[in-house]
Design a protein around this ligand. Structure first.
Ligand SMILES: C[S@@+](CC[C@H](N)C(=O)[O-])C[C@H]1O[C@@H](n2cnc3c(N)ncnc32)[C@H](O)[C@@H]1O
Length: 246
């Protein structure tokens, strides 16, 4: 992970962007019924400004803890939801969840985040998710599938550009790229989503599933604004007693 990603600086730029709640609900409803979530304690790993945490609470979760590297996003999440006691937001790194005891969560969700880790650190993070989740609990994690040359070239350019300049260009010209990106990702996306998620995310992103996870945990990816089976590989892991998944 680059120094800037490590400090969460890249995602500070997305603190004002709010995901479409209907699309977030669509994703969460696809993987969890309200009964699955009711009164459960859930970790939202890479929570940004709390969009997923909020829908989990709306679905009946007992408590949701959101953790994110970006201080500005975490502050925005705290401010947005200061009146909801069932939500707590912490600035931190999902590579180190030592603050949480073993088996302290019923579920961990990690949407749009694991692929910012260097591939060799993904195993560490998944082991941490398994450690903090109860046996029979759930770890939901979405990876980016491998991409073609055009996307890899765009990532190369994004990573070469100074962050401020890159963000300025995204902000001014993203709308011009919308038709091309729609064709590439195969789904409708809003200009805001394109700016603050797709394009911003190109900085530091990694593609593919760099660790072995038993095929039985692979589930279909829901089609919504954030993902689709064409672009995303989803694993819904029912945590075994021995916490081994390969
Ligand atoms: C594209 S956003 C996705 C946020 C949210 N889950 C969603 O889908 O809207 C990725 C988030 O992961 C966070 N992130 C990246 N690496 C992280 C790490 N090692 N530990 C904690 N958060 C991280 C970023 O700060 C950013 O807010």
């Amino acid at each position: 992970m680059s120094e800037k990603l490590d400090s969460g600086k890249v995602f500070d730029y997305s603190k004002k962007y709010l995901q479409n709640p209907k699309e977030v609900k669509k994703l969460l409803d696809f993987y969890f019924s309200d009964k699955d979530v009711k009164n459960k304690i859930i970790l939202d790993a890479g929570c940004r400004v709390g969009d997923y945490s909020k829908i989990l609470v709306d679905k009946g979760a007992g408590k949701v803890i959101g953790i994110d590297l970006s201080k500005e996003c975490v502050d925005a999440a705290k401010n947005r939801y200061k009146d909801i006691k069932k939500m707590e937001f912490i600035q931190g790194d999902i590579r180190n969840l030592r603050r949480f005891k073993d088996s302290s969560f019923d579920a961990v969700i990690c949407v749009g985040t694991i692929f910012y880790l260097p591939p060799k650190e993904v195993r560490v993070v998944i082991n941490e998710f398994l450690r903090v989740t109860k046996p029979n609990g759930t770890v939901l994690v979405l990876f980016q599938k491998e991409k073609g040359k055009i996307v890899k070239m765009a990532r190369f350019i994004a990573n070469k550009m100074p962050l401020k300049l890159y963000f300025l260009l995204i902000d001014k010209f993203a709308f011009l790229m919308k038709p091309a990106v729609k064709t590439l990702v195969g789904r409708n996306i809003s200009t805001e989503y394109l700016k603050y998620d797709v394009l911003l995310s190109l900085k530091g992103i990694n593609f593919g599933v760099p660790i072995k996870i038993n095929k039985k945990f692979r589930v279909k990816t829901v089609k919504c604004e954030q993902c689709s089976e064409e672009t995303t590989a989803t694993y819904k892991i029912k945590v075994p007693k021995d916490k081994k998944i390969d």
